[in-house]
Design a protein around this ligand. Structure first.
Ligand SMILES: [Zn+2]
Length: 221
């Protein structure tokens, strides 16, 4: 019964997000859908990063391990998208260790298409119920391991991304995963922020600005 309930909740969450994203891109943020490359005015993107603890209550990494990634994302988003990266609430820390115990399926999560399947299971329900705000902010969860990846995002279908300890300690992976959450997909250009691996650069194309800035996560307030 719980399995069916998790599947129903997962389908509902995704359907609502597809509708919300469409409304933002075609109505509320239509200016940026068409003219986002102008990078005006400055917009805001609010995030929260939760480090999960292993079954012995030991966090996968320490909050300071994310300093480089946060600085990189701040600088990259300001430079490329004229968007200020902010914590969920003014004065709040970007990073916190989540005190709630996460199930095994969350600590050892799947990447890419497997992650979509997990949206309909106990893992998806856990991520959804521990978000720091729905629809607008992006919550990043640092898990213990991701299958065949160091970070994962289901794009606009969810309000969260995941990182494993290697991804969290790498400077550019947080920015890369948040960019996925804002609708951007992989590009085959090594100098681009949307290159798959750690060797990526920090450049973006003009049309990536339109897509990023018209995301529901990138707001005027
Ligand atoms: Zn990626």
């Amino acid at each position: 019964m719980e399995k069916i309930w998790n599947a129903i909740k997962g389908s509902t969450r995704i359907t609502v997000r597809i509708i919300a994203e469409t409304v933002h891109r075609l109505v509320i943020n239509i200016f940026d859908t068409l003219l986002g490359f102008l990078n005006l005015p400055e917009k805001k993107l609010r995030i929260k990063i939760f480090i999960l603890q292993d079954p012995q209550s030991i966090p996968g990494i320490s909050p300071a391990d994310l300093d480089a990634a946060i600085e990189y994302a701040k600088r990259s988003f300001k430079k490329n998208f004229n968007t200020r990266l902010l914590p969920y609430k003014t004065g709040e820390q970007f990073v916190e260790v989540l005190q709630k115990k996460a199930p095994y399926e969350v600590l050892y999560t799947k990447g890419s298409i497997g992650a979509l399947g997990e949206e309909f299971t106990i893992a998806g329900s856990f991520f959804a119920s521990n978000l720091r705000g729905s629809f607008y902010p992006v919550t990043a969860f640092v898990v213990l391991d991701i299958d065949h990846a160091t970070g994962c995002s289901l794009g606009p279908l969810t309000d969260y991304v995941t990182l494993d300890p290697d991804g969290a300690k790498n400077a550019s992976t947080l920015a890369h995963e948040i960019a996925h959450a804002c609708g951007l997909w992989h590009l085959g250009s090594k100098s681009n922020l949307l290159w798959r691996t750690f060797s990526r650069g920090d450049e973006v194309k003009w049309w990536q600005k339109n897509i990023f800035r018209s995301s529901r996560h990138v707001t005027y307030w």
